[in-house]
Design a protein around this ligand. Sequence first.
Ligand code: 5GP
Ligand code: ZN
Length: 114
Amino acid sequence: MDDCIFCKIARGEIPSAKVYEDEYVLAFRDINPMAPTHVVIIPKRHVRNMNEIALLSEAERLAVLSACEKVAALEGVAESGYRVVSNCGPDADQSVQHLHFHVLGGAKLSVNLA
Ligand code: 5GP
Ligand code: ZN
């Protein structure tokens, strides 16, 4: 998608602080971190959100999910704990319309999920 911020980051047209990358996935630090560890994981191929997850291949879906675990390990929060969040649509305040997963950790997180 030409005008999608996360597609531009995936293409390297907008700089980002990369944490992890493979054939299908890019993980980078959130520009406005909500926790000491706040990494955004995206499939490189544009789909809008979880409602379009079926448009990704099995390999892409597995890569995105596996990247959450890899990022947690790389960031040193695997054992202390972390949260994986994907905001989908208006009620969840999805602000970037490219599927992404937030990995949050490095501190005791709020008990409130909603
Ligand atoms: P959402 O609200 O859609 O779940 O999350 C979008 C996230 O993307 C926000 O946490 C926001 O801070 C982050 N974000 C938006 N634009 C950029 C950017 O240009 N670079 C980076 N690294 N993060 C961004
Ligand atoms: Zn996109």
